[in-house]
Design a protein around this ligand. Structure first.
Ligand SMILES: [Zn+2]
Ligand SMILES: [Zn+2]
Length: 155
């Protein structure tokens, strides 16, 4: 009988679940397991909140000899494969998201962070509204995030 070794890593030892939000720990372990550059970039998109290409590069380049161009090319491939999507919530920079289901974003005007907005926004793709056919839904709300709202204004 052939043993089921799906849960074993490349070195034959069992894979362990890693901390979800620690891209650096994951990057280190990925390197040890000889994970591909693309997997490393994908892990960073999963671990960081709507990261830009520069933020992904900063997170992974400490542990892997990747250039910014390599990170960017891998992001393009992952986007073509449908594994990640671009987030157009930030006018300054393109950000990436591994959450593929349509959802609205909230950009904080004080700290600049982009969050997934928890409440549903009811506009459906394909709905015909007065002759307008919605093909894509990109919703960005702007305001003050809960954390910044706790702090006194600095001006
Ligand atoms: Zn904020
Ligand atoms: Zn998102």
């Amino acid at each position: 009988m052939i043993p089921n070794n799906e849960s074993l890593g490349a070195d034959g030892r069992p894979c362990r679940e890693v901390e979800k939000n620690s891209v650096l720990i994951k990057a280190r372990r990925s390197l040890r397991r000889r994970t591909s550059q693309r997997d490393l970039v994908m892990d960073a998109v999963r671990a960081l909140p709507h990261p830009s290409a520069r933020e992904i590069f900063d997170a992974v380049s400490v542990f892997a000899p990747l250039s910014f161009g390599t990170v960017y090319r891998n992001l393009q491939v992952l986007e073509e494969q449908g594994a990640i999507v671009r987030v157009e919530a930030d006018p300054e920079v393109v950000r990436y998201d591994c959450r593929l289901a349509p959802h609205a974003h909230f950009r904080c005007l004080r700290c600049g962070r982009v969050f997934d907005f928890p409440a549903p926004i009811r506009v459906s793709v394909g709905k015909d509204a007065d002759g307008f056919v919605v093909e894509r839904r990109v919703v960005t709300l702007e305001g003050v995030c809960p954390e910044c709202n706790q702090q006194p204004r600095s001006w």
